[in-house]
Write a protein that binds this ligand. Structure first.
Ligand code: NAD
Length: 463
């Protein structure tokens, strides 16, 4: 006996649950399979959301401890209550994952708790923790199983002292010395959290820069700012292994002395999650990096089996997975759907935030595209001065001939919110002049975006 659905979605992360809701809105009878009791995937349970809760709490702690004297606010005794801080994070996660449960119910999506495995085209079995199996059939299947943490040869996680981002969201005490392997988004965000709470943090990065893929000028400025906050960096550091001592760890770095510390966070990327999915049963082969190859309708090599999000490659970002989930479902149901891959913002939630959309200067140079550049520093923005966050700048890149906006890169307060305006502008094929001629309220940080657009044509007013 099997239960019939129009669409079976494997995975209830941002890609899967959003696809499920959109499909239900379009009239499909949808099954959504998730092996974890809490819905929302890595992002909600052990990724974006809990890390943002800790980033906010740790920033408040740091401000209370030493950042308010210049505003005439004296606080005499500031103490860290780590269990309560972690509790607030867990409550945030719990409220949001329950919210997804409510949304699936409201949209009449049938939720299956267990591991989904494709057994044939149009057939999926769900095995729960008691090893009971439910068989589902459906004309279409979407694989939205996301990604898992990657590690390095010579390093094994022990869940205690050598950990991934998941455990680094719940350390029971503040590590005296924390080594972070990898200067990407996770390393910088979680490194910042524990530094603020009192750890001495060293980030080891293999490349000679941090944030590979982001605009180089911005990455360099970010490095300076993060160093000034007390994060330590060793660039060009290839980590080859970690040895566990009785109480400490030794991190081995090629050509350098070992680095001794209390805990190690490995943040060297993520890899697609296709384990035990039954791909071989239908003849789907992954590429050499483990991603599922798809066509421009998100369909795999097998008709009726689609894949979206981290499991297909590209930016491993929740919002990219969501857009793909919606586009995939709309293409299945209506024949149309779209994702503009030139307008997907990426944000690192340090303070100041680092945000980027569209092409970097390096990408434009590499493709031989001639461009104009306009920059505006937050130090020249009235609101940034008033709130005391003057570090960083907005940079806008536009086509030299047509003036069409090709990219924007922001280091500064609320950069992650400010970048949305430029993402919309890129989506609408706006020119830098379009942005420059729009009225931006005063005094706001968004005026820095307008001024950067004006600077593309050498006519910024306040700088
Ligand atoms: P990442 O790929 O962004 O960064 C990993 C870093 O590790 C790279 O800089 C790489 O050069 C370095 N590295 C690799 N091997 C090394 C070695 N042997 N020694 C030293 N350094 C080494 O990966 P991440 O930070 O782990 O994040 C995983 C994914 O999750 C990424 O795709 C990221 O975009 C996404 N993510 C995004 C956000 C966000 O948007 N705010 C937050 C967290 C995670």
């Amino acid at each position: 006996m099997s239960t019939e659905h129009d669409l079976i979605i494997i995975g209830a992360g941002p890609g899967g649950y959003v696809a499920a809701i959109r499909a239900a809105q379009l009239g499909l009878n949808v099954a959504c399979i998730e092996k974890e009791p809490a819905l929302g995937g890595t992002c909600l349970r052990v990724g974006c959301i809990p890390s943002k809760a800790l980033l906010e709490s740790s920033e408040l702690f740091e401000q209370a401890k030493n950042g308010m004297g210049n505003r005439g606010i004296r606080i005499s005794k500031v103490e860290l209550d780590l269990p309560s801080m972690l509790g607030q994070k867990d409550q945030t996660v719990s409220a949001l994952t329950k919210g997804i449960e409510g949304l699936l119910k409201k949209n009449k999506v049938t939720r299956y708790l267990g591991h989904g495995r494709i057994t044939a085209a149009g057939a999926v079995s769900v095995t729960n923790r008691e090893n009971k199996t439910t068989e589902l059939t459906g004309k279409n299947i979407i694989i939205a199983t996301g990604s898992v943490v990657a590690t390095l040869p010579g390093i094994e996680f022990d869940g205690e002292r050598v950990v991934s981002s998941t455990e680094a969201l719940s350390f029971s005490s503040v590590p005296g010395k924390l080594v972070v392997i990898g200067g990407g988004a996770i390393g910088l965000e979680l490194g910042t959290v524990w530094r603020r709470l009192g750890s001495k943090v060293t980030v080891l990065e293999y490349l000679n820069r941090i944030l590979p893929g982001m605009d180089d000028e911005l990455a360099k400025q970010s490095l300076k700012v993060l160093k000034s906050q007390g994060l330590e960096f060793q660039l060009g550091a290839r980590v080859t292994g970690v040895t566990l001592n009785r109480k400490t760890c030794d991190v081995h770095i090629e050509g350098h002395e070992n680095l001794r510390c209390d805990r190690v966070l490995v943040a060297v990327g993520r890899r697609p999650n296709t384990a035990e999915l039954g791909l071989e049963s239908v003849g789907i082969e992954t590429d050499k990096r483990g991603f599922i190859p798809i066509d421009d309708t998100y369909q795999s090599s097998v008709s009726g089996i689609y894949a979206i999000g981290d499991v297909v490659g590209g930016a491993m970002l929740a919002h990219k997975a969501e857009e793909e989930g919606i586009a995939c479902v709309e293409k299945i149901v209506t024949g149309y759907g779209h994702v503009n891959y030139d307008a997907i913002p990426a944000i690192v939630y340090t303070s100041p935030e680092i945000a980027s959309v569209g092409a970097t200067e390096e990408q434009l140079k590499e493709s031989g595209i001639e461009y104009k550049k306009g920059s505006f520093p937050f130090a020249a923005n009235g609101r940034a001065r008033a709130i005391g966050h003057t570090e960083g700048m907005v940079k806008i890149l536009a086509d030299k001939k047509t003036d069409r906006i090709l990219g924007a890169h922001i280091l500064g307060p609320h950069a992650g919110d400010l970048i949305a305006e430029v993402a919309v502008a890129i989506e609408f094929c706006a020119s830098s002049e379009d942005l420059a001629r729009c009225t931006h309220a005063h005094p706001t940080l968004a005026e820095a975006v307008k001024e950067a657009a004006m600077a593309v044509d050498q006519r910024a007013i306040h700088f």
